[in-house]
Design a protein around this ligand. Structure first.
Ligand SMILES: O=P(O)(O)OC[C@H]1O[C@H](O)[C@H](O)[C@@H](O)[C@@H]1O
Length: 528
């Protein structure tokens, strides 16, 4: 396509949303002109489903749940007065609590003002807060956030070492919707121990964000933690960033949660409209359908040209892949749906994998995010009349162009600047696109049945380890994995038994020794 024809295509399809400070360019996606019309009836059905969802329909049929994240930024939309009150009172609680922490009305055990936040959570209870903290954080923030988002002991040690003597001035925010996620429980127990080692009582430095009556909620109540904040079953983990899950850490950090919510609400208003061409979320869903044949045949590479958006792709990985990646559709047909999301930031990634994007396997499309405003204040020239920001822009334009020349498709989201309002807009934009796309491909975007299998299998591994340690504890002679498995009456579990023994033997504090000679089936293990 010649430059002028492309310009025509650009102007024809550009979706300008002045109220959001955002535009979406889909001109470099190669959809045929007839494609939007062809999809329009399906898109209208998706709008209807979304309208019903927002009105409180049970949009997550497996779990018989309403899906209410859109109400969080416009409580008036919530279907009952009770839910409206819950949203308003949680927001009040977050604002008052953060004010009391900042002003020193609530202090640490040693009567000091809190200056750090240690956020303990995983998945939807970490990714949103991490994205927001990274996107909006400044050197002079009211509090400095750090995260325990895994059950990796070394990872936790690193965070505790960072906090060092400041632990006494660190407010732990334990976040878990279910209140029973093992990684988060472990992080909390390790944090409790770290406070104890520092002569401090965890409960006097901790708050919980969780569902009423959950294991975590009961623990926090029993131990008298400083405060508890609600999560509701009508908010999914991966769409919880505009609930207390995301708002409490952000407010404590000193970020403008009012603007964040306003951005999300404004985007909701724009993306609620049923005129597809003027609805950037609908257009994105449409492009996902076009690019992947509605079957996830291509991956989406997220390339934001802004360091602050580094964690956007990580956040979107969960939002999109956990929502869309489903074995069955809503009728129970096996469909193995999904859309892979990856990426970091430009232009950095240009020096990593853009080589393959331009010349290698063409199994992707790119979503660029362009930010018009370069920085606060003026820029110095790095070449005559040219700034670092001009280069960033040039690299974005250059990559977009270079990919297009090779028939590799892209779309571009352009925003004016990165601030709390824009981050709210981007969050809501993708939430809505996911919901609409799920309707187009007829999957339930709001459950995650596949996650349970791994959790159950992990539970079985832990149970097997306990059996092994019990057996070795009985003063047995050195045994091979096969002998241990046979003694446990589980000869078929030999590979797992071997893996457990090797892990135990690699950690001297676990008291299991090994002689690693010959074939791994001959390695011998014993309790020291
Ligand atoms: O908030 P929690 O209940 O601790 O859940 C944390 C995460 O756990 C699971 O892995 C789910 O798949 C995620 O959707 C969820 O965000």
């Amino acid at each position: 396509m010649g430059d002028l024809t492309l310009w025509k295509r650009y102007t024809t399809h550009l979706c300008l949303c002045p109220k959001l400070g955002l535009s979406l360019d889909i001109s470099r996606m190669g959809f045929p002109e007839a494609f939007p019309d062809h999809m329009e009836p399906s898109m209208q059905r998706a709008f209807t489903a979304m309208k019903e969802l927002e009105a409180g329909a049970v949009a997550n049929p497996d779990e018989q749940r309403m899906v209410g994240h859109y109400w969080l930024r416009n409580a008036a939309l919530a279907p009952t007065g009770e839910i409206r009150d819950q949203i308003a009172s949680a927001l009040d609680q977050i604002k008052t609590f953060s004010y009391n922490i900042h002003s020193g009305t609530i202090t640490s055990q040693n009567n000091e003002t809190f200056k750090n936040i240690l956020i303990i959570g995983i998945g939807g209870s970490a990714l949103g807060p991490q994205f927001v903290a990274e996107a909006l954080g400044m050197a002079g923030d009211r509090m400095k956030p750090s995260f325990l988002d895994n059950t990796d002991p070394d990872g936790m040690d690193r965070v505790f070492a960072e906090l060092g003597d400041d632990l006494g001035r660190t407010l732990a925010v334990v976040i878990s919707k279910s209140g029973s996620t093992k990684e988060t429980r472990n992080g909390m127990l390790e944090a409790q121990a770290a406070y104890r080692r520092a002569g401090l009582e965890f409960a006097l430095h901790a708050v919980a964000v969780t569902g009423a009556g959950s294991e975590l909620d009961r623990l926090a109540a029993a131990e008298g933690w400083i405060a508890r904040f609600p999560m509701w079953d009508w908010v999914g983990g991966r769409t919880s960033v505009t609930s207390a899950v995301g708002l409490l850490p952000a407010a404590l950090q000193g970020l403008d949660i009012t603007a964040l919510l306003a951005g999300a609400a404004a985007c909701d208003a724009v993306t609620r409209q049923t005129e597809t061409r003027q609805n950037p979320a609908a257009l994105m869903a449409l492009m996902w359908h076009y690019a992947t044949n509605g079957r996830g045949e291509k991956d989406m590479v997220m390339l934001p040209y802004k360091d602050r958006l580094l964690l956007f792709s990580r956040y979107l990985q969960q939002l999109i892949m956990e929502s869309i990646g489903k074995e069955a559709d809503l009728e129970g047909n096996i469909v193995n749906q999904g859309m892979t999301v990856y990426g970091n930031k430009g232009s950095t990634d240009q020096h990593a994998y853009v080589q393959q994007l331009r010349e290698g396997v063409a199994n992707f499309f790119v979503t660029f995010v362009e930010v018009l405003h370069d920085r606060e204040g003026a820029s110095m020239p790095v070449e005559e009349g040219i700034t670092s920001g001009d280069f960033l822009f040039g690299f974005f334009q250059g990559t977009r162009q270079a990919l297009y020349e090779k028939g590799r498709e892209s779309m571009t989201i352009t925003v004016e600047r990165i601030d709390a309002f824009t981050i709210g807009v981007l969050i809501a934009l993708f939430e809505r696109a996911v919901g609409l796309y799920a309707s187009l491909i007829n999957v339930n975007a709001y459950h995650q049945p596949g996650v349970e299998a791994g959790k159950k299998a992990a539970g079985a591994v832990i149970a097997l380890q306990k059996e092994i340690v019990g057996l070795l504890g009985k003063g047995q002679n050195p045994m091979t994995a096969g002998e241990v498995a046979a003694s446990l009456g589980k000869p078929e579990a030999v590979e797992q038994v071997f893996a457990i023994l090797r892990h135990l033997a690699a950690n001297p504090d676990r008291g299991v020794a090994a002689v690693c000679e010959g074939d791994v089936s001959e390695w011998k293990f014993w309790k020291q």
